[in-house]
Design a protein around this ligand. Structure first.
Ligand code: SF4
Length: 429
């Protein structure tokens, strides 16, 4: 791998103040219901009940269809024509469905009522329904609500909305409690375990993950909580946690060798860890990751890439692809740009990178075709048409379903981008 300039050395350049093309036209992204696919695996005693239409049920089932579960912890309560026409009391029906569900599944300790486009159109107040049902089912089951509707949310914002609904449930930590570290954002269990081991090696003992695997293990929160975001799409969750006193640690996200090092370093600095000790503690994992990433550089170096707005991971990914793999960034789109949470990432992007926020899909497709990049990262709806035009694509959703954070995943992350190019080369032979 080429030498990476130290983070501090590049702070004066980058894209921190760069102009951004803002588009508010038609967009091609999944709705926030998609987050249920990874969230229901994370919080293992939770159940997600979508209050929606058959379309919502199909979306969830087909998105989850790539994985087989003996007993899924999500379902859809279908709003039918009688509800839509106001002929039935949707609240009564919802109470009946929830009652039957909890009776059949006593393992459920936390139930999310997830709003959808149809529930919003008929103005079904799910937060009041959740309060009512929570009172009825206390103390065995807590019922919360959030919206995954495509009217309000894109793809990964479903997780932000879900975690935001949990923040008011967190107990307050005493003001004189010892400092603790809160890692915010759903991570695959294997990644959580690896990061936990690294924090132990660094010397940070009290590390809590949010969301936890068990809803009864919710972390406490207070003024001595230091908060590291593991995902760049948690704007509202971060804001609510800060309002509860948590101290936000500004850093790039843990993608690639450089991002993971900076992310761990932010925690180490906040906890006063000795620099030599930190460097020694992360060296074995960091060296392994450096070697793993370098193996894919030959395939990716000098190749151009166009990222459509989809997962909100685009800016950290672009930083990784340009700085660790030598790719050329044609355009980096993101559904929403959170200036504060992405400030450290923007500073590390090459100066002059074309950034766009939101989407006007036809205009963006025109720009993509004109640039003819070697690789396009986009949603499923755009990938097949672009492939048929001869472009090489990578599904953005795969980057959310695959463990990609941390040192041990850095090589796999690089490979996710190398694979479509290798496949295209083989097809061309
Ligand atoms: S919530 Fe809206 S966008 Fe999402 S599947 Fe249901 S109808 Fe479609």
């Amino acid at each position: 791998m080429n030498q990476i300039a130290p983070v501090a050395a590049l702070r004066s350049g980058g894209c921190g103040d760069a102009p951004i093309l803002r588009e508010r036209g038609q967009r091609e992204v999944f709705c926030g219901l998609t987050g249920i696919i990874w969230l229901h695996r994370k919080i293992q005693d939770a159940f997600f009940l979508v209050v929606g239409s058959r379309t919502c049920a199909h979306l969830i089932q087909s998105a989850a269809g790539v994985m087989i579960f003996a007993e899924p912890r999500f379902a859809t309560a279908i709003i039918d024509e009688r509800d839509l026409a106001g002929l039935a009391d949707a609240n009564d029906e919802l109470d009946r469905v929830v009652g039957r569900l909890i009776e059949r599944r006593p393992d459920i300790k936390l139930l999310f009522l997830v709003g959808s486009c149809p529930s919003e159109v008929i103005k079904l107040d799910l937060s009041r329904a959740a309060q009512r049902l929570s009172r009825q089912m206390a103390p065995d089951v807590r019922v919360l609500s959030y919206s995954g509707s495509g009217i309000e949310t894109t793809f990964t914002q479903g997780e932000d909305a879900c975690l935001s609904s949990l923040v008011p449930e967190l107990l307050a930590e005493a003001a004189d409690a010892a400092p603790s570290l809160l890692v915010v954002g759903a991570l695959a269990d294997v990644v959580e375990a690896q990061l936990g081991r690294l924090f132990t090696a660094i010397g940070i003992q009290d590390v809590r993950f949010f969301p936890p695997r068990n809803s009864r293990d919710m972390p406490k929160i207070g003024p001595n909580t230091r908060m590291l975001l593991a995902q760049p799409f948690l704007a509202e969750t971060g804001r609510l946690l800060e309002a509860r006193g948590a101290q936000y640690l500004a850093t790039p996200f843990p993608l690639g060798v450089e991002g993971t090092t900076a992310w761990l370093q932010a925690a180490a600095t906040a906890f006063g860890v000795n620099q030599d000790h930190f460097d020694r503690a992360i060296a074995p994992a960091r060296d392994r990751a450096t070697g793993a990433v370098a193996r894919h550089r030959a395939q990716l170096e000098g190749k151009s890439i166009f990222l459509f707005p989809d997962s909100q991971l685009e800016i950290p990914l672009a930083r990784f692809l340009s700085r660790e793999l030598g790719m050329k960034l044609v355009e980096v789109g993101t559904p929403y740009l959170h200036r504060q949470h992405l400030a450290a990432e923007l500073d590390l992007l090459p100066e002059g990178t074309s950034l766009s926020e939101g989407q006007d899909v036809d205009l963006q497709l025109d720009r993509c075709r004109a640039a003819a990049p070697d690789l396009v990262v986009c949603g499923l709806g755009l990938a097949n048409p672009l492939e048929s035009e001869g472009m090489t694509t990578k599904w953005a959703i795969e980057l959310v379903f695959t463990p990609i954070q941390g040192f041990d995943q850095a090589g796999d992350l690089a490979e996710l981008f190398a694979r479509p190019l290798v496949r295209r080369m083989k097809l061309a032979v």
